[in-house]
Design a protein around this ligand. Sequence first.
Ligand code: ADE
Length: 227
Amino acid sequence: MRIDIITVLPELLKSPFDHSIIKRAQQKGHVEIHIHNLRDFATNKHKNVDDYSFGGDAGMVMTIEPIDNAISHLKSEREYDEIIYTSPDGVKYNQKEANKLATYKNIIILCGHYKGIDQRIRDHIITREISIGDYVLTGGELAAAIITDSIVRLVPGVISDETSALTDSFQDNLLAPPVYTRPADYKGWKVPDVLLSGNFKEIDKWKEEQSIERTKQLRPGLFEDEN
Ligand code: ADE
């Protein structure tokens, strides 16, 4: 899978993909992550990528041309399944959405900034708008990093234990059960007996019950497929 991210702050996106599982996924060739500086696609003398808003609203708006140039350039080299724009007014992101994006071959993520992008880009170029939650960030870069991280770990081969991504919280609209490791008794805080029993049928049953119980208590809306 290939993910192209277009941003005015490429430096901000270096570190999130340069560690641990996401780094290894790239080294092993499971995914390619390419960061593009939007300013490289600006044709004006000062490499400006924003301008005043028509209608007199406060705040700058990202202009069409550099974004169109960047996306057209990428599209001339390969086909893209989705061109995503990160914005607080997009559709709220969840695991189901991550699962779907992880099946794609090539996606572009455009990071929003300032007061947003010229609406015509949204109308004519963007195919999907994603918000990572009902709060406003200073830019879309952290949202793009979160979306990318959540997708990459689902790409086959990225997580060595094949089943582990499938047992994450949310995969069945349920929270994951609690997990424990050694020691079995720490200052009298004990690991549930069933986990030490070696009876895998009972252990699976216990995990399922715990998942349901946790979901009921902490996120009851998940039973109704809430967003
Ligand atoms: N840009 C600013 N806030 C955002 C959010 N909540 N989700 C996605 N992109 C954003």
